[in-house]
Design a protein around this ligand. Sequence first.
Ligand code: AVI
Length: 345
Amino acid sequence: MSNFSQTVNRDNLSLSEQRLQIDYLSSSNLHINSLDGQDIIWGLSQTPKSLPPRYFYDQRGSELFEQICELPEYYPTRTEAKILRQYAQEITQVTGACELVELGSGSSSKTRLLLDAYQALGHEFKYVPIDVSGEMLVESAQQLQQDYPKLDVQGLVGTYEQALDNLTPTTLPSRMIFFLGSSLGNFTQQKCDRFFSQVKAALDVGEYFLLGIDLQKPKHLLEAAYNDSQGVTAEFNLNMLEHLNQRFAGNFDSELFEHWAFYNEQLNQIEMHLRSSVDQTVALAALKLQVEFAAGETIRTEISRKFDLAIMQKELQAQGLNSLAVWTDPKQWFGLFLTQKSQVD
Ligand code: AVI
């Protein structure tokens, strides 16, 4: 556990009296990874080149992601929402009064399905959204408080790792950490293992972890979801270059790159790349970086792993997170696990 007083900027924004509190977790870790761009220098010096998917999410990228979630080809969001709608009440009955900690809360739209269920059962609850985008977090927390007048929100602005390390003991009888939308799929296996052990460390024995994951399915369905006919995913991918230009004084010409997404069946993952259409040199002045691209060379911007329910259940179990329920949709396109921490660390 890192030292809370060192890593937290104590200038809490106190909005709408006591019911909305936002803590900014500004450790040096956040600076190294995302502000100073060391991860960009590293990724662009590798063969093949890569960039961290976190750079999708500037204001425009977050808007484009919201649009992706509504696309006819992008089934994960609505499939998961259907499962949640169907089982939210069962979840509240299992957990009882509880603190709800959401990793990567974004616009908090699916969260409402859970909040509705907790509210309807009359259980006491509190919402702890965690996101790297402070603007998005404050905006959606304020919106939620208008719609749920008794809701206490204690947001944390920072990475998952920082937030999990800095959760303070809950005053409610239990805690449920939830991670929806198959964001786990954007982690490598190694990062996934580290993440599970951090989740486990942030829970007491008997507390809960709710996880939504996208499942393996035929290649054509997956490739359609990441190559939509309206070109929104392509714009989302290319917007990363505009974001880097703006943030690191770069001169990427996004017209000289194209979106490329395919399903890697050996690794069970979608891979998103940006392919250079010409030989070119790009500079990111703020990072003192010059990068050469050959025509046809790509930068991998994202992996989106697709999972197997039984394997994931075993992995969770091996991490001391026992499945209490595994729900899916009739086509078995998406899975939702309700797990409980079973052992002492
Ligand atoms: C955020 N994440 C789970 C999305 C995914 O499907 O991997 C990001 C995304 N990339 C392209 N479309 C959506």
